[in-house]
Design a protein around this ligand. Structure first.
Ligand code: NAP
Length: 211
């Protein structure tokens, strides 16, 4: 008989970010505001990120795609059409967490991608074998995501969804630590559908939670 074990995420998980554009740098900025360490990567290599990481502050360092992908929590924030290349050839994630911030639409045409009836998070999940995928940080425009989530006495809402309860709890804890109010939308086939852009009803909604 084979024992089934749920991967344990360390109490202070390390963080990587693949993609340093609008969303990747917004996530890095939010992490940096709280002094949380992260490794940021793009397609052009760490040298191209020198100015950005200097601007973001000491908790964010530039790394390779492989270094970012090796962390306990890996944000993926890459143009939809470039995701297969950005995630190609990485080792199995072995139960580590991938946060899917992506939406299946791309500048400059903003034509929805053909998903053949699948959810974008299902497509992303196939590209990160062994990962526990949580959909989050995708429903707000990057400029708003990067701002202080304390808003008019409340906390800006971020949605998250996923099929692994422990992974979702880890992401929920991070969302809370960053000052947002997290709302669990359930499993990927429910929550990712609600939060997906285009198609879902939740994208762009700037909700503020008053406790
Ligand atoms: N922009 C928004 O407001 C927004 C809001 C919600 C969700 N999203 C979603 O978030 C994702 C990222 O969007 P974005 O606006 O941040 O795009 P972006 O500004 O164009 O940035 C994309 C990033 O992906 C990196 N990348 C591309 N190919 C790569 C590869 N092979 N290896 C490593 N990195 C690679 C790029 O690297 P280089 O810098 O080296 O080119 C760039 O840093 C998309 O799926 C989008 O739908 C965007």
């Amino acid at each position: 008989m084979t024992a089934i074990t749920t991967p344990i995420t360390p109490i202070t998980p390390t963080i990587g970010i693949i993609g340093s554009g609008a969303i990747g740098s917004a996530v890095a900025k939010v992490l940096a505001r709280h002094g949380i360490q992260a490794t940021l990567a793009n397609s052009r290599g760490p040298d191209s990120l020198k100015d950005l990481v200097r601007e973001l502050g000491p908790s964010i360092k530039a790394g390779t795609r492989e270094e970012a992908a090796a962390q306990d929590i890996v944000f993926v924030a890459v143009n939809w059409g470039k995701l297969p290349t950005a995630l190609a050839g990485l080792p199995d994630f072995g139960g580590r967490i991938v946060i899917d911030t992506n939406n299946p639409i791309e500048a400059p045409l903003f034509k929805p991608a053909e998903l053949n009836g699948r959810l974008s998070s299902e497509v992303v999940s196939d590209l990160v074998p062994g990962a526990r995928v949580v959909k989050a940080f995708n429903h707000l425009a990057a400029a708003l995501l990067a701002t202080d989530p304390a808003d008019q006495g409340g906390k800006r809402v971020l949605f998250y969804s996923g099929d692994d309860a422990a992974a979702k709890a880890t992401v929920a804890a991070l969302i809370g630590r960053l000052g947002f109010s997290g709302i669990d939308l359930g499993a990927l086939n429910v929550g990712a559908r609600l939060a997906q852009f285009p198609g879902g009803p939740l994208p762009i909604l700037n909700l503020v939670h008053y406790a």
